[in-house]
Design a protein around this ligand. Structure first.
Ligand code: ADP
Ligand code: MG
Length: 629
């Protein structure tokens, strides 16, 4: 008796399906790549299960079969892999469990061209079947289950699917029958399908089989054979020698393992021998995946042991800051029953991880040297992630620092970045420090009052505006023996660069002179600032805020507050510019209310310049208005 049920797709899937069908039609043959890719993944998983459950090994050859029926307009893709049970079918192809789906869909613009690019980042997968089919009929039996536990799933891709238990007599695995829409006749041919398979799926590890092509006898009569033949190369691409793999093959293999739709920027393929023997094939994608910052993201490395698939998303094989790298690592030495727990604390894995990290860093360094325009793209996509390496990877800190790029006062826009090496090469005679400022945005950094003296003296300052920069700069105290110094912290000491430095005598005199005004301001701002001093860094602005060298920067304090952290309010030092008109006004004021208002406004302006939210914005406006009027 049938237990057939009709269910509705998640709303998100309807949206995705619609988008996919319309935006990918010109690339419709990729449906086969996606379904073959899934079949191959399913066989990988079965092979892995067989290691601990030998009874799952029925002795048959693991393969993907592709066939077609021209008259009925059907294409069938069949595998004898792991299969799915009832719940898995619903979960895997009725819902989108991928984290970040909603955020992804929010990014869609409705512009087909742009969205087609985005959908590539998301991965098209199983649903690409509906680019060419108006009905998909899937029958699947999970390995180890009795034949009557098979599941049949049918959908026309518009909003609903039906699901029921059924029998599958030819063993475990999945069989997908596509009922083609009109206008796809070119797909229904021996040559058509073979060429698509060779183009996109040649690298699949397992044989992809099709019925032999009909031959003709000497009278021209067609002889049809029921025998199957293998259409692809059917060996592990990474196990082949580099010289035997074309760029196209590398690219298609990348798409298979990464579930990405666009070409990678670069890859490295190497066999490592020594204490650990393994093969690595590591790719740098051209686009950041939609879940790069998602805590539940997928990781990029597939782990194999002696060509047997062990796991996807092996997060221990590369450090976190290289999580955008995709690829395969195939170990000769790890045990086949290696688990995620073992990976957590395995010396062998540590060796592979540090070897692979080096490989990626070398690859990035090569790109910097040989194709800087590619590096610019990589930096734009993954820069903030690579920077995390300065915090995470102590051993490679200096190398990662060299790979980092920053906006700088040397250039006039945020897109032009500089390296620390560039900076050092431009350092002025007598300059012994690398100066930087952290701020919320490029404009906030560029126009910060803290830069005034640096602009006047033509000293370059790096403008750090990524969220992660606060943490990065606190971990990078030195580069090539030059200390990195925030221009918003501590007492400004330009050392030899300060040609107009007053003598000690002059300084004492100035301080003595300034005492009354400093006292006035201090009492007006009691409890708000730690100290009020005469500045050496301002030229045009009346005042700015500075924190101690080892204190948390005002930026970081702001970020922590935004993140919901309770923070004791730090009292910064207020530095004032005695040459500024507002200060002159304050100095000569004899009305206490006016003096206090002026002091407060000067302080609040300095807070605003730091991107700090004012305690009493309305009070600020009132004070400003009184002053203006
Ligand atoms: P992805 O391959 O990126 O996970 P897909 O949309 O291609 O996304 O497939 C979704 C899921 O459906 C797969 O992760 C897998 O669990 C399941 N699946 C698809 N095809 C098969 C198959 N032939 N055999 C077993 N499971 C499959
Ligand atoms: Mg897939």
């Amino acid at each position: 008796m049938s237990d057939k049920k009709t269910m509705s797709f998640q709303t998100e899937i309807k949206q995705l399906l619609n988008l996919m069908i319309h935006s990918l039609y010109s690339d419709k043959e990729i449906f086969l790549r996606e379904l073959v890719s899934n079949a191959s993944d399913a066989i990988d998983k079965l092979r892995f299960e067989q290691v601990s459950k030998p009874e799952l090994n029925k002795g048959e050859e693991l393969a993907v079969k592709v066939s077609f029926d021209k008259d009925a307009k059907l294409i069938t893709i069949e595998d004898n892999g792991i299969g799915m049970n009832y719940d898995e079918v619903i979960e895997n192809i009725g819902t989108i469990a991928k984290s970040g789906t909603k955020a992804f869909l929010d990014k869609l613009s409705g512009d087909e061209k742009k969205d087609a690019n985005l959908i590539g980042q998301f991965g098209v997968g199983f649903y690409s079947a509906f680019i060419v089919a108006d009905k998909v009929d899937l029958i699947t039996l999970k390995a180890g289950e009795t034949t009557s536990k098979a599941v049949r799933w049918i959908s026309d891709g518009t909003g609903e699917f039906s699901i029921e238990h059924t029998d599958k007599l030819d063993g475990s695995g999945t069989k997908i029958t596509l009922h083609l829409k009109d206008g796809n006749d070119e797909l229904l041919s021996d040559w058509g399908l073979r060429s698509i398979i060779r183009k996109y799926s040649d690298h699949i590890n397992y044989p992809i089989k099709m019925q032999k092509m009909p031959e003709h006898d000497k009278d021209g009569k067609e002889i049809i054979s029921l025998d199957l033949e293998t259409v692809n190369k059917a060996n592990a691409l990474w196990a082949r020698s580099k010289n035997d793999v074309t760029d196209e093959e590398y690219k298609e293999f990348y798409k298979h393992i990464s579930h990405d739709y666009s070409d990678p920027i670069k890859w490295v393929h190497a066999r490592v021998e020594g204490a650990q023997e393994y093969t690595q094939l590591l790719y740098i994608p051209s686009k950041a995946p939609f879940d790069l910052y998602d805590a539940n993201r997928r990781y990029g490395i597939k782990l194999y042991v002696k060509r047997v698939f062990i796991m996807d998303d092996a997060e221990k094989l590369l450090p976190n800051y290289l999580r955008f790298v995709r690829g395969v690592i195939d170990s000769q030495d790890l045990p086949l029953n290696v688990s995620r727990e073992i990976l957590q604390s395995s010396r062998d894995i540590d060796a592979i991880r540090s070897g692979s990290t080096k490989k990626v860093l070398i690859m990035l360094e090569d790109i910097v040297k040989n194709t800087p325009e590619d590096y610019a793209k990589i930096w734009e996509e993954f820069g903030p992630v690579i920077k995390e390496g300065i915090i995470e990877d102590h051993a490679n800190k200096e190398r990662i620092a060299k790979l980092c790029r920053f906006a700088s006062t040397h250039n006039d826009n945020a897109a032009k970045t500089v390296s620390l090496d560039d900076y050092v090469s431009r350092m002025k005679d007598g300059q012994d420090k690398i100066y930087f400022i952290t701020a919320e945005s490029y404009n906030a950094a560029k126009n910060s009052p803290h830069l005034e003296i640096f602009k006047q003296k033509c000293i370059e300052v790096l403008l750090l505006t990524d969220r992660v920069d606060e943490w990065v700069s606190s971990h990078l105290n030195e580069f090539e023996k030059k200390s990195l110094v925030s221009v918003a912290k501590g007492k400004l000491d330009l050392g030899e660069l300060d040609d107009a430095k007053p003598t000690e005598e002059e300084q004492k005199q100035q301080e003595e002179q300034a005492k009354p005004i400093l006292e006035k301001i201090k009492s007006a701002l009691a409890g708000k600032v730690k100290e009020v001093v005469v500045t050496t860094r301002l030229v045009d602005s009346p005042a700015c805020l500075v924190v101690d060298n080892n204190a948390m920067s005002l930026q970081l304090e702001r970020l922590m507050r935004q993140a919901g952290q309770e923070m004791p309010s730090m009292q910064p030092t207020l530095e004032i510019n005695l040459k500024h008109k507002l200060l002159n006004k304050l100095e000569s004021s004899i009305d206490e209310t006016v003096t206090n208002d002026l002091a407060l406004v000067i302080f609040e302006q300095a807070q605003l310049a730091e991107g700090i939210q004012l305690d009493d914005p309305v009070g600020f406006i009132r004070r400003m208005n009184t002053l203006i009027a």
